[in-house]
Design a protein. Structure first.
Length: 115
């Protein structure tokens, strides 16, 4: 059974930092992409950052220069370092692992940035 366990969310003041982690277990097949998405109240889920198997990264324009995605393939675990947080970053953050055959999602972790 596949499990994606997220941690690291919480409440932080604007300008602060948080580091999210997402550890996967039970995944079979090659992991193609690891990523983070977020969904704010009343809004659609959006891509925050992703990292492909070859190491290429993509970021939403709104987080470029502030967020950094990284990974440990062996575990496998994906991280999201979030710096200079803004109130607009408040959302539920979901990790995503895309494999050759399936797409897996974490349960979500709340990030709240106070002004």
């Amino acid at each position: 059974q596949v499990q994606l366990v997220e941690s690291g969310g919480g409440l932080v003041q604007a300008g602060g930092s948080l580091r999210l982690s997402c550890a996967a277990s039970g995944i079979t097949g090659r992991i193609i992409v690891m990523g983070w998405y977020r969904q704010a109240p009343g809004k659609q889920r959006e891509l925050v950052a992703r990292i492909r198997s070859g190491g290429t990264t993509n970021y939403a324009d709104s987080v470029k220069g502030r967020f950094t995605i990284s990974r440990d393939i062996a575990k496998p675990t994906v991280y999201l370092q979030m710096d200079s947080l803004k109130p607009d970053d408040t959302a539920v953050y979901y990790c995503n692992f895309e494999t050759t055959w399936n797409d897996y999602w974490g349960q979500g972790t709340q990030v709240t940035v106070s002004s």
